[in-house]
Design a protein around this ligand. Structure first.
Ligand code: FEO
Ligand code: CA
Ligand code: CA
Ligand code: CA
Length: 621
């Protein structure tokens, strides 16, 4: 049976209206709340000047400024010093930089045909990765402290150490790193996690898109089954890095892609620390990593692989969390058991171990050792009979019940749904090759997504079974098509992606759809952040966003009074002009960016906003 969490005492704000077409190019929050821009792409983390976004970005400027396309983030409070707590006014904001729009980086509208240079590759690599930003509240407003000994950029070229079962594996060795233990950089960090021992987990998602090769090289040596399973394709996602940097040519450097797709642990409190790629957690298109400590100090990490018909995973650490000895937890994520989920039709579920030698994960079947199991994690999960899901995005863990919620953002490749789109490698998935609908993924045309939740048996995070149910099927209640209406108790939304519980147990839901309020989104409007009561399902629209952006990334101070929210890729339009859609935030709406104060600049920029309640109360109360 499903144990309902205790009520949160209702949601204390008035819903904001949907931002329908023609959209307002601004953030809107409920009456009594204020949203201000904290930091934007290119804002300085040092004493040096901010980037002037009217100019092309350079590697040198990007290495000392906030990265592109802000995504998952966590606020690490400074240690509290008693009542009021320093941690509520000073902390480290650590944020992912998922990807770049090259046209905005280089001020070009002809990127697909421009001459590709190593300088451009290096500039884009510098825009990726993670930022550590010291933030402090002064006179009631959070700002960036600069310089700060903590401020740091980790990029697509920062040296990372590979730990766990794939460390040193032959499939990770390259000419530049014969040891298979040292990788340059982390890429496509989408969502994230954080550990109770004070580290940050950056999760590498669509790494495949950065790799490519020539048509001639692929004619001579076609894509392997392993490469196809991870979405490798000749042209990648169109970044063209491989044309100027052989590291990203997967025929010149065939093992380089195997060095991405991991969870990367970062100690933000030590600016000289080396990021660690924790391979025991498996290699796939990592969305987020929800770390849960059980009452017995057992540690589990819940993770999704964000692609249509991929899986949900759990890693259980072999050793227990030691709250009294931070150093003892340093390598907890290197040993333990990786599981993948099977959701049964009766509301039960099983965590299936991905352990070499078990369940057919043997040499005869292409798994020489545990290193190969984690490197080929998707193939291992295929073999043990896990449940294909409707694009697993973020996980969020209820602060008291440890119930885990997961967004399933959408899926148009299930059952007999005729809607289809081409695969990245140019093929089309035949209807006969699509999985049927099942109880956990019940809609053949799931264009609005749903949220599922589960509890491990006995409240034990190490249990190998669980119970699950669906929290909400998203949709447009005005749709004439019944199954597209969803069953939301409150304001409509779709394409749930970011998901986070505050300390009081409010569930915050961020969406990632087209963002232009057209077509399927005419009634729902642009992307949003919703607030839901997990006990009643009541759901209200808290924040609407600028045009053609995604709302992704949410965290707060421990007292819940300052909330940080990410606005990613405002104005994005791969086939047209970004600025025709959005000039946020420099348009002056929601205030000029605090850092640059550039005024009217025709370049939209991903930014983090900080939200406060005008009466000083807890956000959402
Ligand atoms: Fe980068 Fe799955 O969103
Ligand atoms: Ca996401
Ligand atoms: Ca998404
Ligand atoms: Ca995104």
């Amino acid at each position: 049976a499903h144990a309902a969490p205790s009520p949160i005492g209702g949601i204390g704000f008035t819903s904001v209206p949907a931002n329908i077409a023609p959209m307002t190019d601004a953030i809107t929050v409920p009456p009594g709340y204020t949203a201000r821009v904290l930091i934007s792409w290119g804002d300085s983390l040092t004493n040096a000047p901010h980037w002037d976004p009217s100019t092309p970005m350079t590697e040198a400027v990007q290495l000392r400024t906030y990265g592109a396309h802000t995504d998952g983030m966590h606020y690490f409070p400074f240690p509290s010093t008693g009542a009021g707590g320093l941690g509520n006014t000073r902390g480290l904001l650590v944020a992912n930089h998922e990807y770049v729009d090259p046209g905005l980086v280089h001020n070009t509208t002809t990127y697909s045909t421009d001459a590709m240079t190593l300088d451009w590759v290096n500039t884009q690599l510098a825009a990726h990765g993670v930022s550590v930003v010291e933030v402090q509240e002064r006179n009631g407003e959070f700002g960036v402290r600069r310089p700060s000994a903590f401020n740091r950029r980790i990029t697509g070229k920062t040296a990372c150490t590979v730990t766990g079962p794939a460390s040193g594996h032959p499939m990770l060795r390259t000419a530049a790193d014969a040891s298979g233990t040292q990788v340059l950089g982390t890429l496509n960090n989408c969502a994230h996690g954080h550990t109770p021992w004070g580290t940050y987990l950056a999760c590498e998602e669509n790494f495949n898109g950065y790799f490519g090769s020539s048509a001639a090289a692929l004619a001579a040596a076609p894509l392997t089954a392993h490469e196809r399973r991870y979405g490798m394709a000749q042209g990648g996602f169109g970044y063209r890095w491989h044309e100027a940097e052989p590291r990203f040519d997967f025929r010149a450097t065939p093992n380089e892609p195997n060095r991405f797709g991991w969870v990367v642990e970062i100690d933000p409190w030590n600016p000289n620390s080396t990021p660690m790629k924790r391979t025991a957690l498996g290699r796939f298109k990592h969305e987020s990593a929800g770390v849960v400590v059980g009452s017995d100090n057992k540690v589990a990490v819940y993770m999704g692989d964000d692609e249509r018909n991929e899986y949900v995973y759990k890693f259980v650490c072999a050793k227990r969390f030691d709250a009294k000895n931070r150093a003892a937890n340093r390598d907890l994520l290197d040993s333990g058991t990786l599981y993948v989920a099977r959701f049964n039709g009766d509301g039960s579920g099983v965590w299936l171990p991905l352990v070499w030698g078990q369940n057919g994960l043997t040499s005869e079947n292409g798994f020489a050792d545990q290193g190969e199991v984690v490197i080929k994690c998707r193939q291992a999960a295929d073999r043990v009979g896990a449940t294909m899901m409707d694009r697993p995005e973020w996980v969020a863990v209820h602060p008291t019940t440890r119930e885990v919620y997961l967004t399933l953002t959408n899926n148009n490749r299930r059952g007999t749904n005729p809607a289809s789109s081409n695969n990245v490698d140019g093929t089309t998935t035949a209807a006969s090759a699509r999985p049927a609908v099942d109880a956990a993924n019940p809609r053949p045309d799931n264009r609005y997504g749903h949220i599922i939740r589960w509890r491990d048996t006995g409240g034990d995070v190490g249990a190998t079974s669980f119970e699950w149910d669906i929290f909400a099927e998203c949709g447009d209640s005005l749709s004439p098509v019944a199954h597209l209406q969803g069953n939301i108790n409150g304001d409509d939304y779709g394409a749930p992606d970011g998901l986070w519980f505050d300390n009081d147990g409010r569930l915050w839901i961020q969406t990632d759809q087209a963002g232009n309020a057209l077509g399927d989104w005419a009634n729902i409007g642009g992307n949003v952040m919703m607030c839901a009561d997990p006990a009643t399902g009541e759901t209200r629209r808290f924040l609407t966003s600028p045009r053609n952006c995604e709302v992704t990334g949410v965290t707060s101070t421990p007292d819940g009074k300052s909330m940080f929210v990410g606005i990613q890729h405002p104005g994005e339009d791969w086939s047209g002009s970004f600025t025709a859609n959005s000039t946020w935030p420099d348009s002056g709406v929601n205030g000029p960016t605090t850092a640059s104060g550039m005024g009217e600049v025709a370049k939209p920029r991903s930014s983090v906003v900080v939200i406060t309640k005008d009466d000083g109360g807890v956000i959402g109360s």
